[in-house]
Structure formats: structure tokens, C-alpha cells
Design a protein around this ligand. Structure first.
Ligand SMILES: Nc1ncnc2c1ncn2[C@@H]1O[C@H](COP(=O)(O)OP(=O)(O)OP(=O)(O)O)[C@@H](O)[C@H]1O
Ligand SMILES: [Mg+2]
Length: 483
């Protein structure tokens, strides 16, 4: 019997058991199954007479019983191309020609058939069936409902769930600007994990601590420790601040809510303070989640300068919101990030209980980063130590760029296997553009101005040559470079 039949029968059994057992909830369905049955919330008027109307005219998102399995839903949930064909010759299945619904005519036979073929590993992926079978007389395995629940990804981590919530909260037309200010990512959409990052011991310790705090937040609440769970990541561009926050979200299955502070300026200012409020409300509703606020120095800068009063109000709202949110009470882990710790004022500093330093990587870290980012590449005579020696002062992001350069360069010769030589050339190339980049700041006699024949004689400090534009990418143009 093919796996396809087993997949489809599992799905049919799950929909049947879930429909009957009202003690089961969304988190008892495997993500691929529940995504099929998820109906998003809706803002506004069209939900007036709906059953699930919560009184505010908005429909709550959710999964409605009974779950019915059609060819289409079964295909989407299981990935089996022709679900009905896969199970049509089993004696306990039936298909209603009119509605297209596939049902189990004799559930006990289906259960027996299923139990003969399923193993513990598979059952642990499906809490609904784990619960159904754990005390079943014909089941002699060890899978338990509790363990299956623990393993199952929580619904808060599903994109569909997040979208439902956002729709519920934000009126699409009214709050269009809002989408510029916050971005919500489901953990399944984050493609970096902590394994991909090389962290300092200090960083690892701090992250361990916070993971423990999250795990034991009930205990912390009991003993009255509430000033926990606001982290500030400090360090130059490209040192992994954003990546680490995202990887945390992914590894801990938490939605990632990112606030882009610089977008506050481009907003219709009257709405901004309100939107900041909403952002925090959304984070609370999405919780447990990570709220990531990048460019935190923006806060201090705004408070200092004589900016528009509405902008200052928005920033003050932000600070107040930060005070009112808590990991222990709201299940929101707040992470701020900045490249300019020197520009933060006291008001900003004292809102964070842990500061995590993201320094430029030292020699050993660079070698490790090189190992990690080349995992999928073929490189002859690869010696990461040697490259690490040649790349002092470069960040993880720089090293990625070096590798990209080497790969592209090799492709121009139709090679997909790199050599150590390619890497060394790319490092040299990188240093050259780095020099060009710094010319804007250092007036006059820079090496590159005299030595680099390709940029001609620039005597005015480097503003006239056409190269610098493609070199300054997302890095800041100021004191961060220590060459
Ligand atoms: N320690 C590291 N280990 C592995 N990769 C790294 C490391 N540091 C940076 N990178 C890589 O460099 C790239 C840029 O990192 P990231 O965006 O996280 O930096 P950042 O500190 O947020 O920078 P910015 O301050 O400019 O926002 C990412 O692709 C990331 O994977
Ligand atoms: Mg960043």
C-alpha cells in the first residue's frame, strides 16, 4: 500500500476525530492540516450576522467544526495529487459524487487499518490522533497526546493565523500606512536559524538566559520578577543583530514583529502615535512573540532635536508603550537594536534590562563564520584560517559579500567550484571598494586615489568619481570603519 493512502487516511481520520472531540483545539492539528480549515477574521461590515461575531462587528478568525474532507482540501493538506484515487479501493472509504466529500464509512475499520501501518514517530506529529489512540486497545506504542502537543508547532506561528489577526485589527484603507511601520513575519518565513550564526560566548549566555526566562515566566511572575525581557543589541552594521533576533523567532516558534522607526517620519503624523499604540496592541495579541525595534537611536535623536511636535509625541508614546509591555505579563520579548549606542540618552538606556554587544568578529569568529557561510559551497584547498587572517576588521555581512563576489567571479568562467585563490582575490577586491567607500570622509591623500589607476586623478577628495554610489550599499558612511 502506498504512502499516499496512509497520508489520506490519516487526514480523514483526523478530520473525523477532531469534528467529534470538542476538547481538541487548533493546536491539536498539524500545521499543514489546520491551514486548510483556517478562516481569517474580517474587519468591518460583512460579518454582521455571523455566528462567531464577537459583538464588535468583527469576525474572529478560527477553525469551524465539522471539518470536511474534499478532494481539494485533502490534496492541499497532504500533498497527495489524487487523494480519492489513493484510497478508493479501501473498503471503508466513500466519496459523495455531488459534494466531492470523502468520508470514512466504517471508522473502526479505518482505525484498525491505520494502526497497522503507523509508527510512534508519525503519531507524535499529530496530536489529534495521538490523543485518540494513546489509550486505544489496539495501539501498543508509546506516543502520548502530551508529547505530540509539545512537538506540534503552535498556531500563533502560522502565517494564516497572523494574517487573520492583522485583518481583525487593521482596517485596510484607514491603516495602510501602518504596513510601512510594522512588518510581521511568521517563524516559518524566517530562513535563518541560530545554527547559521556564529555568536560570542557572551551572546550565547545572554540568549540562553532569555530562553530560560521565557520558559519559566510563570515562576518569575510568582516571585515578582518582572523587569526582564527587554534586550538591546548594540554593534556596528553587519554584525548579526537583525539576524540573531530573527533566528530567535524562528528557533522558538515566535512571530517576529518588526517596527521600522525611520518610517515614522514618512507617516501622516497625526496618526503616528495611534499607530504606535496599535503596534504594541498587535504584539500583545500575537504573543508570545518577539517585538523588534531597529534603529533605536532614532528615539533619542528625535527627542533631542526640534522635530515636529507630533513626531515627538509618537516617540513618547513609543517609550510609554515599552514601559507597559512585559515578557512576564504579556509574553512579548522586546529587542531593540542600534549602531549608535553613543547617541542613546538615559531615557532610552534604562528601558532595557540586558545590553548585548555585537562586536566585529575576531579572528576565530571570522574563521567560523567562513565555515558556516560556505557550508553548501565547493571550495578547493579551502583554508578558512588563512582567509580569516586576511580579513581583519570585516564583519559577518562583509564576509558574505566577499563570498558572493567570489562565486559570481567564478561563474563568469563557468565554474561552480571555487578555489582558495578565488576567495583571496575577492578579499582584495573587497578591500579596494572599502577604500573607495572611505574616501568621502577622508579628505585628500588616500592611497586609493593615487594608486588605483582605474579611478583617475581625483584631487577634490573623491566626490567627483563615479564609483562611490554602488559602494556604499547599506552601510553607514561614518565612523564605523576602522581601517
Ligand atoms: N556572527 C555572524 N555569523 C554568521 N553570519 C553573520 C554574522 N554576522 C552577520 N552575519 C551575516 O551578515 C548579514 C547581515 O547581518 P545583519 O543584517 O543581521 O546585521 P545587523 O547587525 O542587523 O546590521 P545593521 O546594523 O546594518 O542592521 C546576514 O546575512 C548575516 O547572516
Ligand atoms: Mg539590522
Amino acid at each position: 500500500m502506498s504512502d499516499a493512502a496512509l497520508d489520506v487516511v490519516e487526514f480523514l481520520l483526523t478530520t473525523s476525530v477532531y469534528s467529534d472531540d470538542r476538547t481538541l483545539d487548533e493546536n491539536d492539528l498539524p500545521p499543514s492540516f489546520r491551514q486548510v480549515f483556517w478562516t481569517g477574521g474580517s474587519g468591518g461590515s460583512d460579518a454582521g450576522s455571523d455566528d462567531d461575531d464577537d459583538g464588535s462587528g468583527r469576525r474572529r478568525a478560527g477553525i469551524t467544526r465539522p471539518l470536511s474532507a474534499t478532494n481539494a482540501t485533502t490534496r492541499e493538506a497532504t500533498g497527495v495529487e489524487r487523494p480519492w484515487e489513493a484510497v478508493s479501493d479501501l473498503m471503508f472509504t466513500e466519496r459523495d459524487e455531488f459534494s466531492g466529500t470523502i468520508t470514512l464509512t466504517q471508522r473502526d475499520l479505518a482505525e484498525e487499518w491505520f494502526l497497522e501501518r503507523v509508527d510512534d514517530q508519525r503519531l507524535l506529529e499529530n496530536p489529534t490522533l495521538a490523543k485518540h489512540f494513546e489509550d486505544h486497545e489496539a495501539y501498543d506504542g508509546d506516543a502520548t497526546h502530551e508529547e505530540a502537543r509539545e512537538r506540534n508547532r503552535p498556531i500563533q506561528a502560522d502565517r494564516a493565523w497572523i494574517d487573520g489577526l492583522l485583518e481583525e485589527y487593521f482596517d485596510e484603507e484607514e491603516d495602510e500606512d501602518m504596513l510601512d511601520l510594522v512588518e510581521v513575519r511568521a517563524p516559518e518565513e524566517v530562513d535563518i536559524t541560530l545554527d547559521d550564526l556564529v555568536l560570542t560566548d557572551d551572546q550565547e549566555n545572554e540568549l540562553d538566559k532569555i530562553a530560560k526566562a521565557i520558559e519559566h515566566r510563570d515562576y518569575l511572575s510568582q516571585i515578582g520578577l518582572r523587569e526582564i525581557g527587554k534586550l538591546l543589541f548594540v554593534g556596528p552594521p553587519g554584525t548579526g543583530k537583525t539576524s540573531t533576533a530573527q533566528a530567535l523567532a524562528r528557533d522558538m516558534d515566535l512571530p517576529f514583529v518588526e517596527v521600522k522607526l525611520s518610517m515614522i517620519t514618512s507617516q501622516y503624523l497625526g496618526e503616528t502615535a495611534k499607530n504606535v499604540d496599535k503596534t504594541f496592541e498587535v504584539a500583545k495579541r500575537l504573543s508570545p512573540c518577539i517585538l523588534f525595534i531597529d534603529e533605536f537611536d532614532f528615539v533619542a535623536k528625535t527627542r533631542r532635536s526640534d522635530e515636529h511636535a507630533a513626531l515627538k509625541r509618537a516617540v513618547n508614546t513609543l517609550l510609554k508603550s515599552i514601559d507597559n509591555i512585559s515578557l512576564i505579563e504579556d509574553d512579548v520579548l522586546l529587542i531593540g537594536a542600534t549602531n549608535h549606542p553613543d547617541q542613546l540618552d538615559d531615557a532610552a538606556w534604562r528601558r532595557f534590562d540586558e545590553i548585548i554587544n555585537f562586536p566585529k568578529p575576531d579572528y576565530n569568529m571570522r574563521a567560523d563564520i567562513l565555515q558556516v557561510i560556505t557550508r553548501q559551497m565547493r571550495i578547493e584547498e579551502f583554508d578558512p584560517q588563512l582567509i580569516a587572517e586576511a580579513t581583519e576588521g570585516l564583519t559577518g555581512s562583509d564576509l558574505r559579500m566577499v563570498l558572493r563576489e567570489a562565486v559570481l567571479e567564478a561563474l563568469t568562467e563557468d565554474r561552480t567550484t571555487l578555489t582558495q585563490e578565488d576567495l583571496l582575490n575577492a578579499v582584495e577586491e573587497f578591500e579596494e571598494r572599502d577604500n573607495l567607500k572611505n574616501m568621502d570622509m577622508i579628505e585628500g591623500d588616500h592611497d586609493a586615489l593615487v594608486a588605483g589607476g582605474d579611478i583617475g586623478k581625483a584631487s577634490d577628495g573623491g566626490h567627483s568619481h563615479g564609483h562611490d554610489h554602488d559602494h556604499d550599499h547599506d552601510h553607514d558612511h561614518d565612523h564605523d570603519h576602522d581601517h
